[in-house]
Design a protein around this ligand. Structure first.
Ligand code: GLN
Length: 503
């Protein structure tokens, strides 16, 4: 098996045993990128030079016998809404097309401290608004299992890169499902931690009360290892929680036996495609065989989650995106303007894409006088009710099992002109964001060659229980070991589009 196909923990073992060097690992990943990136288009920016330098540093530390952090020398890709000092950070937006942040996000600081090797910045929907990366202001990402299908969004670049072997680890952000949905579509593991578990410092804001950063990996062990590295308190994010971070790697070993798994009928209805329902039923059987107990639940407020989410997220987006005015930073119109107002208007009308404008308009409309009580306040009330409903559910079970998405990855172009259809891809993922609780998507089977994601939702700060159940399931099924076949016929296609994206 090629090095790029291995997991972080496998590579770590090889590094420690001195069977490979970090330089060999990073070289293998960049070689893979050269082979498959023309078909996948996962990266907006590649950082090969810095990556190779970082790998050499790790190798010299190893040669000197220095103790290394657990993920030292392991390649990682970052979604392009995480600020990286000196490395272009675009949010896949024309508005930030040339933006080079002067500082690192908290997660990036941890990556540097952990001596992981940054491979590049991954593609996404513009400002993380979308479910397919088709809203990218730059270009869309293709699903490695079927390049005619979407990779999912908004962290589609990170998911596709992990799945295609173009990185070993990745980070994404999840406001309404953007880690879990693409993880499900691309057959990898994606975890949205509890709100407050990972500092949002340096994450370019979409909807601040919902955004969370999390790991996207090939298996659950890697997910536990990466969460361990990025979790923790940070005074620069006032919503970051000062609670001790448990040892996740130890927790995953505890087994599934005795866990109570909730099944809610609201997540298992006609909205969900038959093969996906089949995979959920199979997963239930696996969990039962592993000694879990299944509890029936009812979560009637889930029905209102999608509407509440898109109202709240749009309001927050409208407010967060007000900063892009062509004055402080980012894109500015080159047309002649007669006053500041015209400068703002022209800049924003040229700089934002269709979906981002739609969200800003919805958000602004909802906050206008007379509409605020009818929409925004009610959406917040629904959010509180959903949170309470889930809290009660967790008195009866340890975690809730649902599909990650109603279908497998859909074909490119099939939903982009119908925003409501696109929003419906999120029906299973958004409640966890509204409630601020953790949820993970793990590979749960295939339908016609396309991966199916299974979601586990847990109570606040119980990432350990999620990882433990996910690990048990993964070991029993082995879906995570399957890799998409991208062939070698695309090797050296002479595609030059990639070069423009290299910094
Ligand atoms: N699809 C959702 C949206 O467009 C979720 C996006 C996300 O999690 N960043 O808002």
């Amino acid at each position: 098996m090629a090095l790029y196909d291995k997991t972080a923990h496998e590579l770590r073992d090889l590094l420690i045993a001195k069977e490979v060097t970090a330089t060999e690992i990073v070289t293998s990943v960049f070689q893979r990128i050269r082979e498959v990136e023309p078909q996948i288009q996962a990266y907006l920016t590649l950082t090969e030079e810095q990556g190779m330098e970082g790998a050499e540093r790790v190798d010299s530390m190893l040669a000197k016998g220095e103790t290394l952090p657990p993920l030292a020398g392991i390649p990682i890709a970052l979604k392009d809404n995480l600020s990286t000092a000196g490395i272009r950070t675009t949010c896949a937006a024309k508005m930030l097309g040339d933006y080079i942040p002067p500082f690192d996000a908290f997660a990036m600081e941890r990556i540097k401290k952990g001596r992981m090797i940054v491979i590049g910045k991954t593609s996404m929907d513009e400002f993380a608004m979308g479910s397919s990366t088709e809203n990218s202001g730059l270009f869309l990402t293709h699903n490695p299992w079927d390049t005619q299908a979407v990779a999912g969004g908004s962290s589609g670049g990170s998911a596709a890169a992990v799945s295609a072997g173009e990185t070993i680890l990745a980070l994404g952000s999840d406001t309404g499902g953007s880690i879990r949905l693409p993880a499900g579509y691309c057959g990898i593991v994606g975890l949205k931690p509890t709100y407050g578990r990972v500092s949002r410092y340096g994450l370019i804001a979409y909807a601040s009360s919902l955004d969370q950063i999390g790991p996207m990996t090939k298996d659950v062990t890697d997910c536990a290892l990466l969460l361990q590295e990025i979790a923790g308190h940070d005074t620069r994010d006032s919503t970051s929680v000062d609670d001790p971070v448990p040892n996740y790697l130890r927790l995953i070993q505890k087994g599934v036996k005795g866990l109570k798994i909730g099944l809610a009928r609201e997540y298992l209805n006609d909205d969900i495609a038959k093969p996906v329902l089949g995979a959920v039923n199979d997963a239930v059987k696996v969990f039962k065989e592993l000694g879990a107990e299944v509890v029936e639940l009812s979560l009637p407020y889930s029905e209102y989650a999608l509407a509440a989410y898109y109202l709240i997220a749009s309001v927050e987006a409208g407010s967060n995106l007000a900063r892009y005015d062509g004055v402080r930073y980012g894109y500015r119109t080159i047309e002649a303007v007669s006053d500041a107002r015209e400068l703002f208007m022209k800049t924003r009308s040229e700089g934002f894409g269709t979906e981002v404008k739609r969200r800003i308009m919805i958000g602004t409309y909802i906050l206008s006088s007379g509409k605020c009580d009818a929409y925004y306040r009610r959406a917040q009330q629904v959010r509180a009710m959903i949170r309470e409903e889930l809290k009660k559910a967790f008195q009866k079970c340890d975690l809730i099992l649902t599909p990650t998405a109603p279908t497998t990855a859909f074909k490119i172009g099939t939903k982009i002109n119908d925003p409501l259809q696109m929003y419906r891809a999120d029906i299973c993922t958004i409640t966890a964001n509204l409630a601020g609780i953790p949820a993970i998507s793990i590979p749960g089977g295939f339908d016609q060659g396309m991966p199916i994601g299974i979601q586990l939702i847990g109570p606040a700060f119980q990432e350990g229980v999620l990882l433990r159940a996910a690990y048990g399931f993964e070991q029993a099924t082995g879906y995570h070991k399957l890799r998409p076949d991208l062939g070698v016929e695309h090797k050296n296609t002479g595609d030059r589009s990639r070069e423009r994206r290299l910094i």
